[in-house]
Design a protein around this ligand. Structure first.
Ligand SMILES: C[S@@+](CC[C@H](N)C(=O)[O-])C[C@H]1O[C@@H](n2cnc3c(N)ncnc32)[C@H](O)[C@@H]1O
Length: 304
């Protein structure tokens, strides 16, 4: 039965942005379901806040556990080929327009996956907002994971204003776009033409002027830029970054930092390899679980 509660009414085009803002502010009411009509989305909030009005919302059933999924903008990705789960997810939030089943692990040089549409619109494209930044994503054409959002902010917070950053495996540009807020310049390279096309769009969407997107093989980058040109290097190709370490250390200045990502089973697995390149400080952190007995780790390496 619908219950009266404070809520925010927003245009559908700004729905995801509003949802993330309310979550970040801690005001989205978890006990009621957001709702929609032809034009607007309605989000329940815990108390009276600016622009809120009283609306009627359905209570969430405590038993209605949602299937495990990753939400990227309006797309929910599930790992079981289950139409009922997909329909449940589609109905659970007005912002979800498509539910995809990921048929494989990330594969190939471009680190993409095969997807099957289980419910909703027949698309792998979506709009995604992260910390106020907007992104065009196409999951079948270029890699993207929303689970690295906090990691991008961690690096941004560790940066000084005006740094020169090189993102060697930039994908559709989430690290580059986030870090451009503090950097003087970001060079953002990827070998996948679709990723670079989407990155170009994402740079324009956010009206960013200090990112140069590049289409190329990371191995060739030291031939283009003088040694030691950059303060910070991002290496998020976690299954296969080791062959690119020599190039990264050439591009990094002495005293600069390289963020090296690795999918690994044991803590410290990469330390010996990395010690072959620097005597500087190396700090290791777990970014997220990846699979049973595997995790995504980041090594922050100071080049000395
Ligand atoms: C795991 S994805 C990370 C993308 C992005 N940094 C992100 O976090 O969303 C790795 C990316 O490296 C790119 N890649 C693979 N081999 C490459 C190479 N030799 N040179 C440049 N980019 C490469 C892939 O196309 C893919 O977009």
């Amino acid at each position: 039965m619908p219950v009266k509660c404070w809520g925010i009414k927003v245009n559908k085009t700004t729905g995801e942005e509003t949802r993330q803002r309310l979550i970040a502010e801690g005001t989205l009411h978890p006990d009621f379901k957001p709702k929609k009509d032809d034009k607007y989305l309605y989000f329940p909030v815990k108390e009276k806040i600016p622009d809120s009005e009283i609306f009627e919302f359905e209570e969430r059933s405590r038993k209605e556990e949602l299937p495990r999924h990753e939400l990227i903008g309006g797309i929910a990705v599930i790992h079981e080929n289950n139409i009922n789960d997909a329909e449940l997810l589609l109905k659970s939030r007005p912002v979800i327009h498509t539910v995809l089943y990921s048929e494989s692990a990330v594969t190939g040089e471009y680190r993409t996956k095969d997807y099957q549409v289980l419910a909703g619109e027949n698309t792998t494209e979506t709009d995604y907002t992260e910390y106020g930044l907007r992104f065009k994503i196409d999951l079948s054409k270029a890699y993207f994971s929303a689970r690295l959002a906090n990691e991008r902010q961690r690096i941004l917070n560790s940066m000084e204003e005006g740094e020169k950053v090189f993102d060697l495996f930039a994908g559709v540009g989430p690290f580059a776009v986030a870090l451009s807020r503090k950097a003087s310049v970001v060079i953002a390279n990827d070998i996948n033409p679709d990723a670079v096309r989407l990155m170009d769009e994402n740079i324009r969407l956010n009206r960013i002027k200090n990112i140069t997107p590049m289409l190329g093989d990371a191995l060739h980058m030291p031939g283009i830029f003088p040694d030691g040109s950059f303060d910070r290097i991002i290496m998020n190709l976690p299954m296969n970054s080791v062959p690119f370490l020599k190039a990264a250390f050439k591009l990094c200045r002495k005293g600069g930092v390289i963020h090296f990502y690795s999918i690994q089973g044991e803590e410290g697995e990469m330390l010996e390899t990395l010690r072959g390149f620097t005597t500087g400080n190396i700090t290791e952190n777990k970014v997220r679980s990846y699979a049973p007995n595997l995790h995504h780790a980041v090594y922050d390496i100071v080049f000395e």
